[in-house]
Each structure stands twice: as structure tokens, then as C-alpha cells.
Design a protein around this ligand. Structure first.
Ligand SMILES: CC(C)(COP(=O)(O)OP(=O)(O)OC[C@H]1O[C@@H](n2cnc3c(N)ncnc32)[C@H](O)[C@@H]1OP(=O)(O)O)[C@@H](O)C(=O)NCCC(=O)NCCS
Length: 161
């Protein structure tokens, strides 16, 4: 019996989502995505989101679907190594978009010379906690920071580069 020919290598399916840095003209779409992704109490003011697309101190990465609709974003503070906001619209959740956005932000934060990345997350936000743990974040066992006193249910998480 003839040996069957070797199978061709399996190439991964192309991702339906594209990640890129934010630009000034993304501001309106970013506001819409923020409103879709967060409860009103966690939404940012329009000028803060506008700033996230232009500020040199912040880095913002956006995720677009195959129709180039904005479905998720991450905003981080370059100099403090802080992930400030990560949101994915409900229609695009559990498809790896949040993980890819977080990875893009961490790559950029590490590239800026930060030794550690940090973030605050609501202790009851099980999905976000699971995501952050899966990317190497651990709960900060240290003393509560001033910002945690402002957000009593917040947990501070850290990840070394
Ligand atoms: C948290 C959030 C950003 C996750 O985005 P996402 O694109 O759905 O996440 P991913 O698909 O990349 O998930 C990656 C992993 O995180 C974990 N995860 C994400 N959402 C989860 C959920 N609802 N429940 C349990 N685990 C979850 C899982 O381990 C998941 O891997 P898996 O799908 O292979 O099991 C999104 O749910 C969101 O925007 N929520 C509202 C805003 C928010 O809470 N932001 C975080 C503030 S700190």
C-alpha cells in the first residue's frame, strides 16, 4: 500500500479583528464604543476620550471588525505603566478581542521602558479578573493606594515585564 502524502501545514484562520493605534479622527467612534462597552458610571467624558486619541502621555489601541467598525479599545498611561481602560462591545466579546488589545497595550508599555504594568479592576468583575490573570497580572498584596479608597471595591493588579 502506498504511503499517503504528508498533509499540508495547517495555517491559522485570519483574524476577523484588526488592532491599530488610535488617531484623532477616531474620537467620535471611541465615544460610541465606550458607551456600548461600559455602564454609565464607568463611561468617560467626551473630552477625556478625545484626549486619549491625541495625548502623547497616553497610548490607545483600537480593535475593528471586518467591516471596520470599532468594537473595542484600550487606553494606557505610558509613563506610569498603567492600563486605564479596556472595553469591548458586547457583540464582540469572548472572541479574544480584549486579550489582543491588552497584549498590544502591554507590548507598548514594555517598549516604553516600564518595568511593571498596573491596573485597577472591580473585585466583582469576574470576567476582567480572569482576563488579567490569564495575561500574568497578580493582585497587589501591598497597602491600599489612595485611588482604591476612592473605588472601594477595586483591586489593584500588577504584572512585571
Ligand atoms: C472584560 C472584557 C474587556 C473582556 O473582553 P473580551 O473580548 O470578551 O475578552 P476575551 O474574549 O479576550 O477573553 C479572554 C479571556 O478572558 C476571560 N474572560 C473574558 N470574559 C469573561 C467572562 N465574562 N467570564 C469569564 N471569563 C472571561 C476568559 O479566560 C477568556 O478566555 P476564553 O474565552 O478562552 O475562556 C469585556 O467583557 C468588557 O468590555 N467588559 C465591560 C467593561 C469592563 O469590565 N472592562 C474591564 C474594566 S477593568
Amino acid at each position: 500500500m502506498e504511503a499517503s502524502p504528508p498533509s499540508p501545514p495547517v495555517s491559522p484562520l485570519p483574524s476577523l479583528y484588526t488592532i491599530r493605534a488610535a488617531r484623532r479622527d477616531d474620537a467620535a467612534a471611541l465615544v460610541t464604543c465606550d458607551r456600548e462597552s461600559f455602564e454609565p458610571s464607568d463611561q468617560w467624558a467626551t473630552d477625556a476620550l478625545d484626549r486619549a486619541t491625541t495625548s502623547m502621555t497616553q497610548l490607545t489601541r483600537l480593535a475593528f471588525d471586518d467591516e471596520m467598525q470599532l468594537v473595542g479599545f484600550v487606553v494606557a498611561d505610558r509613563s506610569r505603566g498603567r492600563v486605564m481602560k479596556l472595553g469591548v462591545a458586547p457583540r464582540a466579546r469572548r472572541r479574544g478581542v480584549g486579550r489582543r488589545l491588552l497584549d498590544a497595550a502591554l507590548l507598548a508599555l514594555g517598549g516604553c521602558g516600564n518595568l511593571t504594568a498596573s491596573l485597577l479592576v472591580d473585585a466583582k468583575n469576574g470576567g476582567a479578573l480572569a482576563l488579567y490573570k490569564s495575561r500574568g497580572f497578580v493582585r497587589d498584596a501591598g497597602a491600599l493606594g489612595a485611588e482604591q479608597h476612592d473605588h472601594r471595591d477595586a483591586v489593584r493588579m500588577l504584572r512585571d515585564f
